[in-house]
Design a protein around this ligand. Structure first.
Ligand SMILES: [Zn+2]
Length: 188
């Protein structure tokens, strides 16, 4: 039986897969890298070296996606309100509503992928629009400087729970501006 690949080969294949413009079919044909035999790994490395390098713009787009993914995961799932005075100058196309930018970070329950939307309208009739990637990064990084503050601001502006947008039905929740479950996200 053939020996499995060496650690060095595995690392090399990993970096080649990142640097080279590799067709999906080839990527899929490799299967699980750690399960390759030593000769299979050598053949894969020879083939990978022959693929062209990824273009800069592809690498840039991938970096941007990674940054966005990290920024989305750095703050609690919540509504947020950001004063346009804070951030307007740094945005390319995004316009606020009534001097505030209202946003929501959500998570797909099945895929666990997070998403950022701009929120318009008022409680009971909120509607969403998407944001440009460049603007999304600026917005998320600003929210991360004090996520609780911007969620509280959303609660104040819309008189609902700052995290989930539900009505606040008891005095303690109205005082804290978050419902009993939602306030735990900030240790309240
Ligand atoms: Zn809530």
């Amino acid at each position: 039986m053939d020996r499995t690949l060496t650690e060095k080969q595995e690392a090399l294949i990993g970096s080649l897969l990142t640097e080279k413009d590799v067709p999906e079919a080839f990527r899929a044909s490799l299967g699980r890298i750690s399960a390759l035999t030593l000769p299979e790994a050598s053949r894969a490395i020879d083939a990978l070296f022959r693929f062209p390098k990824k273009q800069d713009h592809i690498q840039k787009a991938q970096r941007q996606l990674t940054d966005l993914h990290n920024a989305l995961n750095a703050i609690p799932l919540s509504y947020y309100a950001i004063p346009m005075d804070d951030i307007g100058f740094a945005l390319t196309t995004t316009k606020g509503d009534n001097d505030y930018l209202f946003i929501q970070v959500t998570q797909n329950t099945r895929t666990k992928r997070r998403n950022l939307n701009q929120i318009h309208g008022s409680p009971g009739g909120f509607w969403k629009s998407s944001l440009r990637r460049e603007d999304s990064l600026v917005i998320l990084r600003h929210v991360a400087t004090d996520s609780q503050k911007f969620a509280l601001l959303f609660a104040e502006k819309h008189e609902v729970c700052g995290k989930c947008g539900a009505d606040l039905t008891d005095p303690e929740s109205r005082r804290l501006k978050f419902g009993p479950t939602c306030r735990k996200a900030w240790g309240l």
